[in-house]
Design a protein around this ligand. Sequence first.
Ligand code: XMP
Length: 327
Amino acid sequence: TWTTGNVIEEQVAAIREQVGDKRAICGLSGGVDSAVAAALVQKAIGSQLTCVYVDHGLMRKGETEQVEKDFVAATGVSLKVVDAEQRFLDALAGISDPEEKRKIIGREFIRVFEQAQAEIVAEAGEHGEQPVQFLVQGTLYPDVVESGGGTGTANIKSHHNVGGLPEDLEFELIEPLRKLFKDEVRMVGQELGLPEEIVQRQPFPGPGLGIRIVGEVTKERLDLLREADAIAREELTAAGLDRDIWQCPVVLLADVRSVGVQGDGRTYGHPIVLRPVSSEDAMTADWTRMPYDVLAKISTRITNEVADVNRVVLDVTSKPPGTIEWE
Ligand code: XMP
């Protein structure tokens, strides 16, 4: 019979067998899948695993800290955090085209990750440790099916994905979640003692807030969007809507300005878009009929608390024809 206990026991034994006394590395994205895969491998081989987290500066408020503190606290994993914010900002400077942004972010991510990988491999060698021979990935069953089957949506957006690692990869892969669906992964994560905030996380795209700023990505705009997003998330959580909503992208229309009034003065600020969606698998989605009072609270707080934002609008488009993210 299928129980999370059995899955964990089986995978732990298989990973121990596969890795032996060698070492493994794992890229953490902040998402559920890589976190659960890492926790599972950590349970199997302990300090033979090192995790790498690339902070590209496009994360939401508190996300990097969550990986650094909560995840490490729950698993005791050895973690290497690479601060690559400036590198990503430089690479994205002057770029407004969504596909160009996605490609730049994907490329820089792989470069930083490979560099960190090389450092870990070299350090292990220097210390006379066993070579790093394995790369852990949080590939799920639907990922396996989709990459084989072709979903018909492949040409719409270039989804950033660590699965896009080079063909001549010098590592063997460990993919302990290959037979599982998302809800099963969450159950395994829970059983492994990962905190609720990690296990129940809603999907968040790899390119992060970089594809939620319509227009050029700058540090100032990221900070502004981070504030607005944090308010929306806080109020959705306070209203108990986290499980009802699949995800709620918060988008900054950085190139749009509209006239407003605040206090006794005219304002000329940017709109923020709320995009709450309901979905089973993100392939199709409907806009969530959220309570008006929650929308009102979010709108009031964002316009009061976030400088340069004077309007909040609600996206009432299903997918199709809209995609979930704006870029
Ligand atoms: P779209 O915008 O295509 O999004 O309707 C469908 C789902 O995928 C997420 N998404 C991504 N996830 N890397 C990811 O890991 C990406 O590049 C990416 N782009 C979109 C999106 O948040 C939604 O859940």
